[in-house]
Design a binder for this molecule. Sequence first.
Ligand code: ATP
Length: 438
Amino acid sequence: MYVAIDDTDSQDRMCTTYLIYEIISKSKYDVIGDPELVRLNPNIGYKTRGNGALNINLGKGTGKKSIIGKVNGKYAYSYEHILEEPEKNELMDFISSIVEDFYVRDNDKTNPGIVISENRFHKALYEKALQEDIGIDFIEDYLTGRALYRKIGTGRGIIGSSASLAWPGEKYSYELLDYKYPHYGNISHGEKMEISLVPENYRSTFNNIDIKNRYPAIFPKPKTPVIFGIRGVVKSDLVSIYDRIQMDHKIDDQGYVIYRTNQGTDDHIISEPDYLSNMGSYSITGIISGNPYTIKGGHSFVAIKYKNMEMELAAFEPTKEFRNVINSLIPGDIVNAFGSYMNGTIKLEKIAVIKKAKLYRKDPPICPECHVKTKSKGQMDYRCPVCKKRYKNPAFFEIDRDIEEKFYEVPVIARRHVSMPLKLASYFSGQPQISGVS
Ligand code: ATP
């Protein structure tokens, strides 16, 4: 029986994922398969942080056992198959009691939603939840007759919960989240940087650290029950990395849970659409149609022509050195841009320069008889200093450009959870697993 939860935290307290730790810790049921952390539309205004919803499959399990975490000092396992489904109402009572104990009550933006269903939902709902702002009525209609659900406050969380059960999991990665409730003690910035370097040594991990911007990305910004999160595509590497960190740094934690996630998959991206909707995320191939410019606050923009549409590509200040790429584009460049769309602007996550336009410098021509450079005497007037012959046309020399025909991505400090880092591109296009230490 699938249990999904969302919207239990606030900016400075709690993290909905921690409820999964509590469920595993207190449950009389077995866990079936991996708990899931599903990121939804990154452009949703209601999100607290990364717009993530959670689900876990509970019941009596059978088949192969695999590690899904360390809870109360012991490894926690999940089973491959379900043998017996639990009673829905009893399960709802158990989950509700955990949500009631932990959700942030004194914040009207926290509106938990619990969904319990024997079956997964259709992937169209997941796709919609990555692109659009879905109304709660739409979800209630969808759930009626299909699943048991409970709303607390407005119960907005049922939107994310339902969408998480519609994730088909075609592309996936893992994240190990290490916990201490309500939050960890002090870890200095220097030590966070050192700890973030441990996963960075493994080829299968991503978004661990941004050395240039001195950002230890495995540590969330506010203090919540999450101490750190290690993202990767090889589950066993995550356990080894956790053990290594504990050996060297002795973190005072409660334990961890490993989630299967849609992080790093680019599942939110629709390729080459005929029409772009606000809040959707796209990849478009077009031709740069203006010169880049930067506005106050350090946000850079450049115009692009895509199909018969004109829009702008934006690299905002938090994307740091990535802005240099946008500022190096010139009219005529052909690019493939990835990002979310709002009111005529694509907020860039990555960009491929497919074909660079040639850039020329105008210079006085060389006199073909004397082999010396002519001197400019005004518009369309060049004279040879030796034979005094006049020439009308300048010479053009191609200038080397500060940009290459390749992919560029925003630095780790500015990355969205669901965006595919370039490091994973070959992995997701079917190349062999990237296991082991680099
Ligand atoms: P955290 O990642 O720290 O758990 P969060 O960033 O996921 O927090 P929530 O507190 O869960 O943020 O708030 C997100 C809210 O937006 C939830 O109520 C969820 O149901 C809702 N939501 C998610 N996707 C959509 C969507 N596509 N349309 C409308 N509402 C959505």
